[in-house]
Design a protein around this ligand. Structure first.
Ligand SMILES: [Zn+2]
Length: 370
């Protein structure tokens, strides 16, 4: 069986966040904002000014800080006073994932306004939960994806460029991991708690367009973001990072790059990098492991360097010992996503793979004068 899942509606452009009241009002009249205090300070005025012209809509806010665990979700639940029919998440991945949990439990609509373009959280039907001490321990698959994703590209352009680069690293994996899944016939993530579906042609086409967009516009989008400018290249890459990568990974599946990237968090230094930074580096590992041509691998490595995606241990703030690399290798081989790759390696080979990726990164950076 082929399966497909997708966000309901998607709007992207400069200053759209000022219209959040109007768009959320299409789904209901009692709106609950889930937001962190930093983002509230940054955007609060703009978000809530849109309600002055809509007396029929009410809004309340709950602040979310820290780790997303079952304890903090219960704590947020207890702060809700009214009976919201629309949940609006404003912020990064954790705020979005907690809002998905609240919307699913209450069976109400969900509007997501990502303030960075770093991960695939905004469009997906997945929440990643952690234990109270910060260890990832549970993936919850929701019945539906968010009803609306509202991406304000001016907000993204004003966020630190590191987040856009990390999003490019995450998005870069989508096409190649999709190809791994295509080769092995591995199941995708659409209702994967109960179904075992494979890719649609539509999913593949989106993953392919995602890679092509990054190759064409990645470097100039990063340049624009450094200058806090909204340009067509930035718009294209935000669409690749948020929409195409988000829909892409759910529909074509993950493989070695996520298996290895997520495994890096088993060593203490692993959490000094962002998810997309680890996955970007590990996408190069995937290309090496799955025996892509040297020309192809170097082309992708140059793209990473020009987009600020880490290609060396040093850029990941890792200084791994042999034992660290072995721990990462064991965790990667045990990851469910690694099973979607056609290559079967042993611990020592995974250690060599990581070292080979680091060496490739140094050589390409040197060649580019980076
Ligand atoms: Zn990812």
């Amino acid at each position: 069986m082929r399966t497909w899942g997708s966000v309901g509606h998607y709007l992207q452009g400069p200053d759209v966040i000022g219209e959040v009241g109007r768009y959320a009002g299409l789904f209901g009249t009692s709106h609950l904002f889930v937001i962190d205090s930093f983002v509230q300070g940054l955007l609060g005025k703009r978000l809530f000014s849109s309600y002055e012209a809509r007396p029929e809509c009410s809004h309340e806010t709950v602040l979310f800080e820290g780790e997303i665990s079952r304890t903090t979700i219960a704590d947020i639940e207890s702060q809700i006073c009214g009976a919201p029919d629309v949940i609006v998440a404003v912020g990064g991945g954790k705020v979005i994932d907690v809002a998905k949990m609240l919307a699913a439990k209450r069976k109400v609509s969900l509007v997501v306004c990502p303030t960075i373009a770093a991960t695939d959280a905004p469009t997906s039907a997945m929440s990643i939960l952690y234990t109270d001490d910060g260890t990832m321990n549970d993936i919850v698959i929701h019945t539906k994806n968010p009803d609306l994703v509202l991406v304000d590209t001016r907000v993204i352009a004003n966020a630190p460029v590191r987040f856009l680069s990390a999003g490019i690293g995450d998005a870069l994996s989508t096409y190649y991991e999709g190809l791994s899944n295509e080769k092995t016939g591995h199941a995708n993530y659409v209702w994967c708690d109960t179904e075992s579906g494979t890719q649609t042609l539509a999913g593949r086409a989106i993953a392919q367009q995602c890679a092509a967009t990054l190759e064409r516009d990645g470097a100039s989008a990063v340049q624009a973001c450094r200058e806090n400018l909204v340009t067509p290249a930035l718009e294209n890459v935000v669409e690749a990072n948020v929409l195409m990568s988000g829909i892409g990974f759910e529909n074509v599946g993950c493989s070695l790059a996520h298996g290895l990237g997520n495994a890096m968090t088993v060593v203490a230094q692993g959490v000094r990098s962002l998810h997309g930074e680890r996955v970007g580096f590990s996408t190069l590992s995937l290309l090496v492991a799955e025996d892509y041509s040297s020309e192809h691998i170097e082309r992708v490595a140059r793209l990473c360097v020009s987009c600020g995606v880490p290609t060396t241990f040093e850029e990941l703030n890792l200084n791994p010992s042999e034992q660290d690399l072995e721990m990462i290798a064991d965790a990667a081989l045990a990851a469910e996503s690694w099973g979607a790759s056609p290559v079967h390696l042993r611990r020592g080979e995974v250690v060599d793979l990581m070292k080979a990726t680091d060496a490739l990164g140094w050589s390409v950076r040197k060649e580019m004068g980076a």
